[in-house]
Design a protein around this ligand. Structure first.
Ligand code: ATP
Ligand code: MG
Length: 261
């Protein structure tokens, strides 16, 4: 199977600023107290992640809060640049993303304008978007809200519009992050059907979720991230078991990953 995504020692470092020196008071205190001075800390959200994901694979990405899942997806989507390592994504692949509420959207623009904005970012012409527009609106179920600014949407409505765009732009790859977090049951079932269809049509899916049940239904492989490191890459049942034992604080899981002896 040809790889759609190859990560080679992929790492991402953010800089965390403590005691931001913007305020005059903080700057003044910093003159006398070292611990009050602005400090910039390196924070490695992803560290040395190496994996290859084949075309048509559906891969679940699981891990605790802050383990680097969204950062991984954002790197693949091109929203962040790697600090080190290499990341190769199929040339010309159309990527449908629903990573975080707000990413790729503009609150002051209406639902309709956001559809056109997203489609143009994906390289679609206005004519192509006009043709797809009724499908996107029908899929989202937001017919009466397309002329409302996005800032007035609820989180669930926002998610519906984002997923409707991602799913209907005929992507080669879907990057989905916690899409069930705010959607109602009906929307969740609709997403599930779409993802199953995408799998059958050979699309590549990366699916971040805290729901083991959803990962089991959609994915054929699981990646487990912990503190930005890839601790497990393999079958769904083994991966979810590994993650469950990690959450339970099992030394066995860490030993298996070579982190404890
Ligand atoms: N732009 C940023 N600047 C600084 N730190 C960041 C930035 N983005 C992410 N981080 C940090 O990187 C770490 C990983 O974040 P990430 O969003 O990838 O976690 P996650 O696994 O998606 O967590 P969750 O399950 O809560 O969504 C977190 O500690 C986060 O605070
Ligand atoms: Mg996240």
């Amino acid at each position: 199977m040809l790889p759609a995504i190859v990560a080679d020692e992929l790492s991402k470092c953010f800089f965390l600023r403590h005691n931001r020196a913007g305020e005059l008071k903080v700057r003044f205190l910093g003159l006398f107290h070292k611990h009050k001075r602005e400090q910039i800390e390196e924070f490695w959200a992803l560290r040395g992640v190496s994996t290859a994901i084949g075309h048509g694979e559906a891969v679940g990405v699981v891990g605790r809060n802050g383990s680097g899942k969204s950062t991984f997806l954002k790197l693949i989507a091109g929203l962040h640049r790697p600090t080190s390592g290499r990341l190769l994504v199929s040339r010309g692949a159309r990527i449908g993303t629903m990573i975080e509420l707000g990413v790729g959207f503009h609150g002051e623009l209406t639902g309709r304008e956001n559809v056109f904005l997203n489609a143009s970012i994906q390289g679609l012409s206005n004519a192509d978007t006009e043709a797809l527009y009724p499908h996107i609106v029908a899929y989202s179920g937001l017919e009466h809200f397309m002329d409302v600014p996005l800032k007035n949407y609820s989180s669930g409505m926002h998610m519906r519009l984002g997923f409707a765009i991602a799913a209907n732009l005929d992507p080669d790859m879907l990057l989905l992050d916690e899409i069930f977090a705010v959607g109602d049951a009906e929307f969740q079932q609709q997403c599930m059907r779409t993802m199953t269809e995408c799998r059958q049509r050979g699309k590549t899916i990366l699916f971040v979720s805290h729901s083991a049940e959803a990962v089991r239904k959609i994915c054929s492989r699981v990646l487990v991230l912990e503190h930005g490191q890839l601790l497990f890459d393999g079958g769904v049942t083994e991966g979810l078991d590994f993650y469950a034992s990690l959450l339970a604080g099992s030394d066995h899981a860490l030993e298996a990953a070579g982190l404890r002896c």
